[in-house]
Design a protein around this ligand. Structure first.
Ligand SMILES: [Zn+2]
Length: 406
């Protein structure tokens, strides 16, 4: 019965192919331009499913899926959420309902309400069929000869050329290239570059979805302000001056105007005050160490330190957070960084969740500072706590050289 109804609806909307506002989630005719977009989406989704970066933690997936369904409402059955372990603030929605949420986003959403806002934003792109609108606009304005192909690689070429148009975006793309599969990523990029109006509309509708699902509507402005703060904390001037983007391929930056529009909207929305902060932290806690280590691979230590500062504000997970604060300083090696690294490792060591590596790093720093007794104590603590660690023999060797006075 459901199939019959869907078939009838599909044929109705296909009678009006120029109209983008057809029922989201209903598979279009394969011969239409929208059918082509779905074919690309299907291929990209297949790559996501095979990806080594797909996070398969059942509890985390259930949590994200649950929040997505709360904001998606009737579209819950139409969307499929994939959590990807990638250290960037990014979430995407393909026209066929395939959604990606990257670990960098889960790490940066301070609570469940902020995640709900992001997912609400993506569901709104889906509900309003923005990818089709955007595709048609691009086709009519930028390249009349470009014909939609169902090949990810072909779309990838278009995406790579448009990515260099935006100030700053190409360098972020370059940074990403070394981390993840570029063909797959550029295929996605072409599907998710929306214009200013589409982004503003998705902000407004996403916030509306989150608020009506019972979340505090201040989440939208809080999240965007935090992202602007992180941009300003970058170690790189070109990042600080290029504007904040809500995802690595966003066609326009986050600005005060966009935040003001959200601020204006929230006055008319229900406000339960519910943030779900504790639930969110519990869901991401098992992944904090891995995701922070990944974040350091971006080598923008100013941004990582800003992120850690936000995560530490709750006074939780201070062993892990201070350890990675120490790692950021140690790897940056700027003026005063080694002292800051030592202080952060010392702070971490006071908490039961401190990774055991804290004592190895403390030992190394003290040894470099010619504090033999301090280094010895730290190495001994490390070996007592991690006698079976792969690098235990290296630490033992360092300890031996200290004891023998070499
Ligand atoms: Zn968007």
């Amino acid at each position: 019965m459901r199939t019959l109804i869907l078939a009838a609806v599909a044929s109705l909307v296909l009678c009006a192919p120029a109209q983008a506002q057809r029922l989201a989630g209903v598979r279009p005719d394969v011969a239409s331009d929208e059918g082509g977009l779905w074919a690309v989406s299907d291929k990209t989704e297949g790559s996501a499913r095979q990806s080594a970066e797909l996070d398969r933690d059942p509890a985390l997936n259930a949590y994200v899926r649950d929040v997505a369904c709360k904001v998606a409402r009737d579209h819950c059955a139409d969307i499929r959420v994939y959590v990807m372990d990638r250290p960037f603030f990014n979430a995407t929605m393909a026209p066929n309902g395939y959604t990606e949420v990257w670990s960098g986003t889960l790490l940066r959403a301070a609570d469940e309400a902020q995640l709900a806002f992001v997912l609400g934003h993506e569901v709104s792109h889906f509900d309003r069929n923005h990818s089709l609108l955007s595709w048609r606009r691009k086709k009519s304005t930028s390249n009349a000869m470009m014909v939609l192909s169902a090949g990810v690689a072909v779309v990838g070429v278009a995406a790579a050329s448009s990515a260099t148009t935006y100030d700053g975006a190409s360098s972020i793309l370059d940074a990403t290239r070394s981390l993840i599969d570029v063909v797959y990523l550029t295929g996605m990029a072409s599907l998710f570059a929306y214009g200013r109006e589409n982004e503003s509309e998705a902000d407004r509708l996403g916030l509306d979805r989150a608020a009506h699902a019972g979340y505090a509507p201040s989440a939208g402005t809080e999240l965007w302000r935090a992202q602007m703060g992180e941009t300003q904390a970058s170690d790189f001037k070109r990042v600080r001056t290029s504007g904040t983007r809500t995802n690595i391929f966003a066609s326009h930056p986050l600005d005060a105007e966009r935040i003001a529009a959200l601020q204006e909207n929230l006055k008319s929305l229900p406000n339960t005050g519910e943030t779900g902060r504790a639930r969110h932290r519990a869901a991401i806690r098992p992944h904090l160490a891995t995701w922070l280590r990944d974040d350091l691979r971006r080598r923008d230590f100013g941004q990582t330190l800003h992120l850690i500062g936000r995560l530490a504000a709750d006074g939780e997970d201070l062993g892990v957070l201070n350890f990675y604060r120490g790692e950021a300083h140690r790897q940056r090696r700027g003026e005063g960084d080694l002292t800051s690294a030592r202080d952060a490792y010392l702070a971490a060591a006071a908490y039961p969740d401190a990774p055991v590596a804290v004592w190895r790093e403390l030992g190394d720093l003290r040894r470099k500072a010619s504090d033999a007794a301090g280094a010895k104590a730290a190495y001994e603590t490390y070996l007592a706590k991690a006698s079976t660690a792969e690098d235990a023999w290296i630490v033992q060797d360092s300890l031996n050289s200290l004891t023998s006075g070499k």
